[in-house]
Design a protein. Structure first.
Length: 184
């Protein structure tokens, strides 16, 4: 059975974007980006909410010939994976290998996990919160940035208690810390 993995870049105080919606502080340097790329190689399907998908579709049109190698590598990984966008308002996808689902059905996602040959990734804090609450997420990768933003969009849902087993840590030269957990 494939795993459902939630990977998120967050501030030290747990936000993916500040109160103004900005996340410019979260741009990974080449070392962090290469590490993320290595973790994404096993992902066969990305599950996105509409807002994150609209940010991520950038990778569909990136000129890989002109891009830095680490960005070109990620673009190729992203393009090779299937994407499922959960949205009630998006009319059509803006990328290949992408389909729109109107509703998030936990039983359908369980079936996808059971049938998948490669892992799935859930992206976007609202969609991830839904998957976490449904008990679908198997692992979390938190990339903690050395910044406190004081509020904004939380990376993890409130009023949810889950036991975690720490599997791995890594500290990067720019002060980012990666925490890898298995959910219990």
């Amino acid at each position: 059975m494939a795993k459902l993995i939630y990977s998120v870049i967050t501030s030290l105080d747990g936000y993916v974007a500040d109160e103004s919606g900005k996340f410019d502080w979260a741009a990974p340097d080449d070392e962090v980006h290469a590490y993320v790329n290595d973790h994404e190689r096993d992902i066969g399907t990305y599950l996105y909410g509409r807002r994150l998908y609209e940010v991520m579709v950038f990778w569909e049109t990136l000129d890989v010939a002109a891009a830095p190698p680490v960005a070109a590598d990620y673009a190729n990984l992203w393009r090779a994976a299937d994407k499922v966008v959960f949205s009630s308002s998006l009319e059509a996808p803006s990328s290949a290998r992408t389909r729109i689902e109107r509703d998030f059905d936990p039983e359908t996602v369980r079936r996808w996990k059971a049938e998948a040959e490669r892992d799935l990734s859930v992206g976007g804090p609202e969609l991830a919160a839904t998957a976490l609450r449904a008990g679908l997420v198997d692992e979390c990768h938190l990339f903690l940035n050395p910044v406190v933003v004081g509020g904004g969009t939380p990376a993890l849902p409130s009023h949810l208690r889950i036991g975690l087993e720490l599997l791995d840590t890594r500290r990067f030269g720019n002060g980012v810390v990666h925490l890898h957990y298995r959910l219990q």
